[in-house]
Design a binder for this molecule. Structure first.
Ligand code: COA
Ligand code: AMP
Length: 630
């Protein structure tokens, strides 16, 4: 047997002696009240970590560094390719902005435990808003800017925010997205009405700040007294982050405070191989979990300068955008989704733009958010000539579950694998009946509780749904929703979702919410949305629609209206462009739509007619419709 390496030892220790392991990791953090106890008893398959410890995420991200003499170092680099500007903020400057905004929130009546929705583009004020909430113990819920009013309204009704914070506009490639009408529509649609809406004026175009129903962000910040960080119990909810499930109603994943900070701190050191003072760049959006954990909290807690990038990998202005940023800001460790590299590779396959820049500061490139195909992985390895690490995680986990470990002796890379299980996670593959399977056998990717620190506490206001969604299908396990296998050396391969969640350009979306939007069209009798593989975005939604008999003649117009409907209801990021009219959908005898066979058909794969199908003749009918639509 080969000798155990650093990873094996650390991993074994994390599972054999979790209390000792995480207790020692917690000592690396500065607590407002250090915990005496490491774990509580397990409640509903989750566990409270550091139950008697107290801390504050805003304190950890800002005040502790100032106290330790780093106040004049750069905390945030804001690089806006869409505005062609760069702004830098030291910890002292961030403290001033965040503590005043926190004071402003208090002035508006926001207290510990209240919720605040943040609907903002990638601007520093989004980060300040997040940290201002954390400072006073308000629970933030950031909603990604690409979601439409309907999705925002769903989140407002579930989170019931006291206050909403937004900005006048978002800036996309060559276009301005006015946020005010979206926000107003969402608030109108929602049954819950926030007490106030704070608006940050980007001064990009004339926007209705004169509208008295908005509180001016600038004024509120300038005229408020700075608020001190509130000492919070480790299990105080820091945020709610909505993610897509198998229904149209998003799931509000609730994150704790102390366990999250310990996990993120651990990950920066061991997984990402970051050193305090390094420059860390996660090219994602604050609206996703990657943004929460690796644009805001982890780098800031660990005292790595974080880059906040407002732009795209291509077209802002060219496929050299990423390399320009790495070179200009001397980025040491970077994180993005494979889609971003696919987009760059498509426009600049030979790396002409890359060769214009000196990116020698970059030590490691991390990829996550979707499956990384072999050609993208190989291309990035060839271009960057540094370790390219595919790693796997979810909104629910808040930090990686599988990875390679740049802060330890790294493993050799196996193409297609997202690495090995992260310390603290017992990952296993089970079959349909919930029995653990052997090496290289594909099945359902599960985790055996207890979950490590930082893992979702519950779903907001709905612990029953939490237990039902994750812990019921396979008794004794958390089910991730993904399929995959583990090879004989412990390498994990994630092969895709097995539920109705779709991954479009690294964005996790629900096909059910798109179906709900389509079903509202008066011409539609029924529909099913499934994932079609796409060379750029990984997956794209395709809608299979059965029209009512009286609407059969207006097919072209209806198709256009349906794509528009999804855009208006879910948002432009859904990227639903393909609608195929079919005569009927494949169903079981009890009337359940057989989506799996539809997925196989739209991807042109060989298929077996499911034994549960009511009428097998529907399959060739659909194949014919797909042929005609191509
Ligand atoms: N606010 C408003 N609209 C947004 C938005 C936001 N924050 N983000 C995207 N959109 C809109 C876009 O403008 C576009 O609208 P359009 O249909 O009118 O052109 C639509 O949503 C689709 O956007 P996007 O998915 O960004 O597609 P694209 O074709 O413009 O760009 C890529 C393709 C690959 C460059 C882009 O998807 C990308 O950068 N992907 C990486 C994603 C990523 O980092 N994910 C992180 C998860 S970890
Ligand atoms: P999200 O919750 O938005 O982070 O999306 C999580 C989902 O994205 C996972 O359940 C996977 O389906 C997918 N995913 C994330 N990272 C990877 C990866 N490295 N390889 C394959 N799929 C991934």
């Amino acid at each position: 047997m080969s000798e155990k390496n650093e990873y094996d030892l650390l991993y074994a220790k994390s599972l054999e002696e979790p209390e000792k392991f995480w207790g020692s990791q917690a000592k690396d953090l500065e607590w407002l009240k250090p915990p005496k106890k490491v774990m509580s008893e397990s409640i509903d398959s989750s566990r409270v970590w550091f139950p008697d410890g107290e801390t504050n995420l805003s304190y950890l991200c800002i005040d502790q560094h100032i106290k330790n003499g780093f106040g004049d170092e750069t905390a945030i680099i804001y690089d806006s390719a869409v505005q062609n500007k760069v702004e830098k903020f030291t910890y002292n400057e961030v403290l001033d902005k965040v503590s005043r905004l926190a004071g402003g929130l208090q002035k508006l009546g926001v207290k510990k435990g209240d919720t605040v929705i943040i609907y903002m583009p990638m601007i520093p004020q989004a980060v300040f808003s997040i940290l201002a909430c954390a400072r006073i113990g308000a629970i933030h819920s950031v909603v990604f800017g690409g979601f439409a009013p309907n999705e925002l309204a769903l989140r407002i009704d579930d989170a019931r925010p006291k206050v909403v914070i937004s900005a006048t506009v978002g800036i996309e490639v060559n276009k301005i997205i006015p946020y005010v009408p979206i926000l107003k529509k969402a608030i109108e649609k929602a049954s819950h009405k926030p007490e106030a809406a704070i608006l940050y004026d980007r001064k990009v175009e004339n926007t209705p700040l004169s509208d008295i129903s908005f509180v001016d962000y600038h004024k509120l910040q300038e005229e408020s007294t700075p608020a001190a960080p509130v000492s919070l119990k480790a299990d105080h909810p820091s945020y709610i982050l909505y993610t897509s499930g198998t229904t149209g109603k998003p799931k509000g994943v609730v994150r704790d405070t102390g366990g999250y900070a310990v996990a993120l701190n651990f990950s920066m050191k061991y997984i990402y191989g970051v050193k305090p003072g390094d420059v860390f760049w996660a090219a994602s959006d604050v609206g996703w979990v990657v943004g929460h954990s690796y644009i805001v909290y982890a780098p800031m807690i660990y005292r790595a300068t974080t880059v906040l990038y407002e732009g795209k990998p291509v077209k802002t202005p060219d496929p050299g955008a990423f390399w320009r940023i790495i070179s200009q800001h001397k980025v040491n460790v970077m994180f993005t989704a494979p889609t971003a590299f696919r987009a760059i590779k498509k426009e600049d396959p030979s790396g002409k733009f890359l060769h214009k820049y000196d990116i020698s500061t970059l030590r490691f490139q991390f990829l996550a958010g979707e499956r990384c195909d072999e050609s993208t992985l190989k291309w990035s390895q060839k271009m960057l000539k540094i370790p390219v690490v595919d790693h796997w995680w979810q909104t629910e986990s808040g930090w990686p579950i599988a990875s390679n470990f740049m802060g330890l002796e790294p493993h050799k890379t196996k193409t297609g694998s997202a690495g090995k299980a992260v310390p603290g996670y017992f990952l296993t593959i089970v079959d349909e009946k919930g029995r653990e399977v052997g090496a290289n056998q594909e099945g359902y990717v599960c985790l055996k509780p207890p979950m490590p620190p930082g893992f979702a506490l519950t779903l907001w206001g709905n612990n029953e749904r939490f237990v039902k969604s994750y812990f019921t299908r396979f008794k004794g396990y958390y089910f991730s929703g993904d399929s995959g296998y583990v090879d004989e050396d412990g390498y994990i391969f994630i092969t895709g979702r097995v539920d109705d969640v779709i991954n479009v350009a690294g964005h996790r979306l629900s096909t059910a919410s798109m179906e709900e939007a389509i079903a509202l069209h008066p011409a539609v009798a029924e529909c099913a949305v499934v994932a079609k593989q796409d060379r750029l975005k990984g997956e794209l939604p395709i809608a299979m629609v059965v029209l009512k008999p009286e609407s059969q003649k207006e097919v072209d117009t209806i198709e256009q209206q349906l794509t528009q409907k999804v855009r208006e209801s879910v948002g432009p990021i859904a990227s639903l462009k393909e609608v195929v009219v079919v005569l009927r959908l494949p169903k079981t005898r009890s009337g359940k739509v057989l989506r799996r066979i539809l997925r196989t058909l739209v991807n042109g794969k060989s298929y077996q007619v499911p034994s549960t199908i009511e009428d097998p003749a529907v399959i060739p009918e659909i194949v014919e419709c797909l042929k005609k639509s191509n």
